[in-house]
Design a protein around this ligand. Structure first.
Ligand SMILES: C[S@@+](CC[C@H](N)C(=O)[O-])C[C@H]1O[C@@H](n2cnc3c(N)ncnc32)[C@H](O)[C@@H]1O
Length: 316
């Protein structure tokens, strides 16, 4: 991951230099940004905080990332809901894979002393940022969280009720063997009545080399840059750039080298390692008949839209 402040290039055109489409924030059909900030139903739009003007020099890329693509309180509600639907009780212990700044774990333990969490990430610096910014501000009423600087295939201290891999980070595993090992280790490490939740990005637009540009309320622009996709292998390179009102940019604030896995491929592996049940949650359509409405319901068939984000929920 790199963090370079550069001058912003001249205004976007509809075709980039590599023939990439640059799409503004106007959906032509229902689609989701691959890195999205959920506006899940019930999400509260807080009063706007007064913030200093952001520029490439003053902004913190982890903070921008959290603002642009994460909505931890809504995600935690969703995860607790899917567990409750299956197990008819509330989940207590949570495990966040590829936790990064572990903002989901912070949101989980914020609910009280009865709730605990473990996060796993190989990047010690990112975890340290999360401890300082997401956990230190939590009061004494919060539950206990442990963040491990470890590979996600390592065992938990305590078997989780809910284990989540969000924002497609597992796509870092490029071979079937690696992916199978990861999903097998998640299966083996779950509490007997635990659930494992992975989100997934797909649809024809997910395979296009294109940029998605989205203005963020807090005063900056988020760019999801699908830079490279090789249909022969599924190899996928993507970057996040942040642009600011003064014309500066943090280019390649985050970069990803993934394999773009398809939903049936992941389902096959989940079944193979032992998940007896796999529910899929698909997003409903808004009143405009086009965009997603942030409400996720179980579906066996899905919806053939240009780009979608869907959840797979596996349990024994
Ligand atoms: C896209 S970030 C995820 C941030 C955040 N959890 C989210 O949901 O948006 C991916 C993270 O995965 C971590 N990572 C990559 N490979 C890993 C592995 N094998 N085990 C643990 N963490 C890994 C990286 O260090 C990085 O922090």
């Amino acid at each position: 991951m790199s963090n370079t402040a550069t001058e912003r290039k001249p205004a976007h055109t509809s075709q980039g230099t590599r023939g990439k489409t640059v799409r503004a924030d106007k959906p032509a059909a229902k689609k989701r940004s691959p890195k999205w900030r959920a506006e899940k139903k019930g999400a509260k739009k807080g009063a706007k905080k007064r913030r200093p003007v952001l520029t490439a020099k003053t902004a913190d890329r982890h903070e921008l990332y959290q603002l642009a693509v994460q909505s931890p309180d809504e995600d935690v509600k969703f995860l607790a809901r899917v567990y409750k639907k299956v197990r008819k009780k509330s989940p207590k212990h949570f495990r966040e894979d590829f936790c990064g700044t572990a903002v989901l774990s912070a949101s989980w333990v914020k609910r009280g002393k009865a709730y605990s969490a473990e996060g796993f990430d190989i990047c010690g610096d990112t975890i340290a940022w999360g401890l300082a910014h997401n956990f230190e501000p939590l009061g004494v009423k919060a539950g206990c969280a442990t963040l491990h600087v470890k590979d996600v295939r390592e065992q938990s201290h305590k078997k989780p009720d809910v284990r989540a891999a969000q924002n497609f980070s597992y796509m870092v595993f490029k071979t079937r063997e690696e992916m199978r090992d990861y999903i097998q280790s998640a299966y083996d490490d779950l509490a007997q009545d635990g659930v494992f939740v992975m989100d997934l990005y797909g649809g024809p637009e997910s395979m296009e080399e294109m940029e998605e540009v989205r203005k963020i309320d807090e005063g900056f622009t988020y760019v999801w840059d699908q830079a490279v996709y090789w249909p022969a292998t599924g190899d996928y390179k993507a970057h996040i750039h942040f642009r600011f009102k003064d014309g500066t940019e943090i280019k390649r604030a985050f970069s990803y080298e993934w394999r773009l896995w398809t939903l049936p491929e992941l389902l096959d592996i989940m079944r193979e390692v032992g998940f007896e049940h796999i529910d899929q949650y698909w997003e409903g359509t808004d009143e405009d008949g086009e965009s997603g409405n942030g409400v996720y319901r179980m579906s066996r068939r899905g919806e053939n839209c240009l780009a979608w984000v869907t959840y797979l929920v596996g349990y024994k």
